[in-house]
Design a binder for this molecule. Structure first.
Ligand code: HEM
Length: 507
């Protein structure tokens, strides 16, 4: 009891001091936060926590792309924040071996265990090689095509049709999240939970991702002792995170156990089984996890996060951007007509992997969605040895370097004066092909040795889904629906994307 009273007094005192400092801070014109004694720049960050990515962007623009953040005293929160392409190139590629993710990253992302996102050095190499070898097997893309089209034909389009018949609006983000959740579960766990259907069934694991990615961003903003205290007290976002953790475990562990018993899966993709074999052969020695079940739980959860949230987020922003830019949507329809000579006497027109590769304007539109709203908003590194960045900033060993991918797409110094405009043409070369941009400038998929392993898979899935929806339906955002980015490590839409559908006459 006495402990709770002391905590209450402490929290009230902190709040009063914060409010006072915020009043003074609000009177300043510049976005750059004041560095207060004891509290450092934390008051301004907390004040802007609900729009943290926008706020970081304002500061970075004002400070030419690189900024020293000072945290409260004794909280080990000082960090260098950068969106400068030369620094990004240096940290992610040129001096890669000096920049592991580091112990701070592992603490924040403890829920991911020994999975690939959390791993460095030998363990990361093991994951990277194993995942890559499985994703480059000859039958991988035929499985992906079959799996994706089945989900579009039996899940997405009938669900859209069902809502259209009922005449009610729908949250497109929710549908895309269900789509990618079912697809990635089938790929990784060889199990389709069928969360995408007109009934919109509640599956705790599927919804748990949203709360988890928000809580993980808050761990970046708060001093470690505060989020640890909240975790211990089981309150706020930490409570949500712990509930998510349980939902993940309840969903994944039974499927990992079934995997033990299944020797041969006929139509599935035996990803987990292959991982288990590799783990037993060589992976055990580089993982702190005792048994293979825990390791396979971590591996599955990391791949599920990689495959669910990123792809669905990009698709959601794409449809919002297209609703605001109808001429771009018309060009995508025209491209489908010209390149794929559509019109088939079937209920739904199929879109294959090969066909989707021909859709260059659609590719450009997806790249614009990724540039303006990179699903993975930031990256987190800590050098082993002190270093000097290309911008001249000195960085001590173990100090966090935060790479803001979100800010990069909004900087004139990187993308020119029209950086805020949605222009798929930016990605089309003079000869009509897809224009390549270096990965340290277009960082949505990360850069260097840790570049996203699912980039090609994501483009294929997103093009098949986007082409099928754009071809069959007109989509209109519900009037008055407020769209804003979530304060989360994955930039989803805070309130989803509510849309109204109407059928296009395509036959
Ligand atoms: C639009 C879709 C996607 C985007 C924007 C994206 C973006 C990224 C980014 C930024 C990273 C680096 C994260 C970090 O190191 O903290 C990453 C890594 C990774 N992605 Fe993706 N991703 C997408 C889709 C996928 C898909 C569908 C998969 C397939 C399962 C996938 C698998 C991976 C894996 C395995 C890594 C870890 C690579 C490593 O650490 O070596 N991604 N992705």
């Amino acid at each position: 009891m006495a402990l709770y009273v002391c905590l209450d007094i402490l929290l009230v005192s902190i709040t009063v001091i914060f409010l006072y400092l915020l009043r003074i801070g609000a009177q300043r014109k510049s976005s750059s936060p004041t560095n207060w004694p004891v509290l450092g720049m934390l008051p301004a960050v907390i004040h802007n926590a609900h729009r943290i990515h926008e706020y970081a962007t304002e500061i970075l623009i004002e400070s030419n792309g690189t900024f020293e953040f000072k945290g409260p005293w004794f909280c080990n929160m000082d960090m260098l924040v950068t969106s400068d392409p030369a620094n990004i190139h240096h940290v992610l590629s040129k001096n890669f071996s000096n920049y592991p993710k580091g112990p701070e990253f592992r603490k924040i992302f403890e829920i991911l265990g020994d999975g690939i996102f959390n791993a460095d050095f030998e363990l990361w190499e093991f994951h990277r090689k194993t995942t890559l070898s499985l994703m480059t097997q000859p039958n991988f893309y035929s499985f992906l095509e079959r799996n994706t089209w089945q989900k579009i034909e039996k899940g997405l389009l009938p669900t859209l049709e069902g809502f259209l018949e009922k005449g009610v609006d729908i949250d497109l983000q929710d549908l895309f999240q269900r789509f990618t959740f079912d697809s990635i579960c089938k790929l990784v766990l060889d199990y389709d939970p069928e969360s995408l259907s007109i009934e919109l069934p509640y599956i705790p694991c599927e919804k748990a991702f949203n709360g988890a990615v928000e809580a993980l961003l808050h761990r970046h903003i708060l001093p470690e002792w505060i989020w640890k205290l909240k975790k211990w007290l089981q309150i706020g976002k930490e409570k949500t995170l712990m509930k998510a953790w349980k939902s993940f475990d309840d969903f994944i562990y039974p499927l990992v156990s079934i995997n033990d018993e299944v020797e041969k899966q006929e139509d599935g993709y035996r990803l987990l089984k292959s991982f288990q074999r590799k783990y037993d052969e060589i992976g055990k020695k580089c993982s702190a996890r005792g048994d293979s079940h825990e390791f396979l739980r971590d591996t599955s959860l990391n791949l599920m996060l990689a495959g669910r949230d990123t792809t669905s987020t990009c698709l959601t922003w794409l449809f919002w951007l297209l609703a605001a830019n109808p001429s771009a949507e018309m060009k995508i329809r025209q491209e489908i007509e010209d390149e794929l000579h559509k019109k088939e006497d079937k209920k739904w027109r199929n879109f294959s992997v090969e066909e989707s590769k021909k859709l260059k304007y659609l590719h450009g539109a997806l790249c614009e969605s990724l540039r303006l709203f990179p699903p993975v908003a930031l990256e987190h590194k800590a050098p082993i040895r002190p270093d000097i960045l290309p911008t001249g900033n000195h960085i001590e060993a173990n100090k966090v370097v935060l790479l803001s991918f979100y800010s990069m797409g909004r900087m004139e110094m990187i993308w020119g004066e029209d950086c805020l405009d949605f222009k798929p043409e930016r990605w089309i070369s003079e000869r009509g092909g897809i224009k390549h941009e270096p990965s340290y400038k277009f960082t949505a998929f990360n850069a260097g040795p840790r570049t996203c392993l699912g980039k090609e898979m994501a483009f294929i899935q997103m093009k098949m889904v986007a082409a099928a929806v754009i071809y069959h339906y007109n989509i209109e955002v519900v009037r008055g629906h407020v769209v804003s980015a979530s304060d989360s490590i994955i930039i989803q839409m805070k309130h989803g994307l509510r849309v109204k559908l109407s059928k296009r006459n395509v036959f």
